[in-house]
Design a protein around this ligand. Structure first.
Ligand code: PLP
Length: 412
């Protein structure tokens, strides 16, 4: 009866739009936002008013293959017609296939699927503790994280990164995490104690302003973990799944972890996360030790499988590397031309940070007015996160906008 009356009275589109614009029903945690994007294709999105934007924000490094990639649309709709969700009470062949694929691509032997980056990181934190517990060292519970890190917004992940803004009103006192300076092996060595379970590192820091870790430093971190019998986890939620120009960023930096969190770009826009680990770390995660209702669902698995296949096609990652190098090179030329505006350009592959002397928020607003979307980063930077399959001409288009805005700022 209800369904029948709903069918008889479909809601008016104009009414839905009006509610979307005026609603006070959402939590205000994201602050005010203006732009409503209505559809997208490839590297471009369109707002409701019809304006076209070149999207170098890509849902904050999520839409790795751009908007509505035909192969992903096909994977999603094909699976949607067949089976959406069954729960982990049943075997899910698509999850088994994707786990095989991902573990073959890197150091890992096992995969646990979840729905977001923070969940993947949390799973890794639990696995670090459980590993020592199972090996007769239950006191090893503390986890070391690095300054300027970001690992998500759950209680454990904000405790790890210890950003005071993110912790205010949620946490105080000791939550079982220690922080040491990013880039200092000496600081890490001094912080490791008999209660340390492991260390979490973003091989390329993202939210704090894009900064690739020095390979030498990462090697020292790896060696310290080995010497102390503690675990090394990489958070590749933002820099993973091809963004760096390798499938995982640590593969470009030459250092392997014991665990790895991956999400964002892995689903190309569909929510999915994974915690990958070595067999020895996975072994204590016996039946009942962890779980997720939605983790590994057929829809997410089908889309992620298509994303991984696309990223692994011959020449794809080479293209990410060469496009990244060109874009970084051109941005460094802009820095030389406009040193009063740009202080530094850093990045790996197509994960690029531009550190500014002018206000980053104002700079982003100017880019948007000129039709280019990018994302704010820490330390007064902006992040350029184009789709991994961005066209050369689209990079030129973005550079032209940046040149115009820099000229405008310097010749008011
Ligand atoms: C490095 C890193 N880790 C973890 C997260 C959290 O991911 P999610 O927002 O999917 O929980 C993010 C999100 O920006 C991230 O950049």
């Amino acid at each position: 009866m209800i369904a029948h009356s709903l069918r008889l009275k479909p809601p008016k589109l104009s009414k839905i739009r009006a509610i979307a614009f005026m609603s006070h029903a959402l939590l205000e945690n994201y602050g005010p936002r203006e732009l409503v994007l209505s559809h997208g294709a490839g590297s471009h999105v369109y707002c409701e008013a019809g304006r076209k934007y070149l999207d170098f924000a890509m849902g904050i490094a999520v839409n790795s293959l751009g908007h509505c990639h035909p192969r992903l649309v096909e994977a999603l709709t094909g699976q949607a017609r067949q089976l959406w969700h069954v729960s982990n009470l049943f075997r899910i062949p698509a999850a088994e296939r994707l786990a095989e694929k991902l573990t073959k691509l890197c150091f890992a032997d096992r995969a646990f699927f979840c729905n977001s980056g923070a969940e993947a990181v949390e799973c890794g934190f639990k696995m670090m503790r459980r590993y020592h517990f199972a090996n007769g060292d239950p006191e090893r519970k503390r986890i070391i994280a690095l300054t300027q890190a970001f690992h998500g917004r759950t209680l454990a992940t904000i405790a790890a990164a210890a950003n005071p803004v993110h912790c205010e009103g949620f946490l105080d006192g000791d939550s079982g995490f220690d922080q040491v300076e990013f880039g200092s092996a000496e600081a890490l060595q001094a912080a490791i104690s008999g209660r340390t379970a492991g260390v979490i590192v973003e091989p390329v820091q993202g939210e704090g302003g894009i900064r690739p870790a020095d390979p030498g430093y990462l090697g020292e971190v790896r060696e310290l973990c080995r010497q102390h019998g503690i675990l090394l986890m990489f958070d590749e939620v933002q820099c993973g799944a091809g963004r760096s120009g390798a499938f995982y960023a640590h593969q470009r930096l030459g250092v392997e972890p014991d665990l790895l969190a991956s999400a964002k770009g892995l689903g190309g826009g569909f929510p999915v996360g994974v915690c990958l680990s070595r067999e020895s770390v996975a072994r204590p995660m016996t039946a009942g030790s962890h779980g997720s209702t939605f983790g590994g669902n057929p829809l997410a698995m089908s889309v992620a499988d298509a994303v991984v296949s696309e990223i692994c096609t011959e020449g794809f990652l080479q293209q990410v590397r060469s496009n990244g190098e060109r874009l970084i090179g051109e941005l460094r030329a802009l820095q030389e031309a406009w040193p009063r505006s740009i202080t530094e350009v850093s990045g790996l592959g197509l994960m690029i940070g531009v550190f500014l002397r002018v206000d980053a928020g104002e700079f982003l607003a100017r880019l948007r007015r000129e039709g280019l979307l990018a994302v704010k980063g820490g330390n007064n930077s902006i992040r350029l996160l184009p789709p991994l399959n961005v066209e050369r001409e689209e990079i030129d288009e973005a550079l032209a906008v940046l040149r115009r805005v820099l000229h405008e700022i310097n010749h008011p």
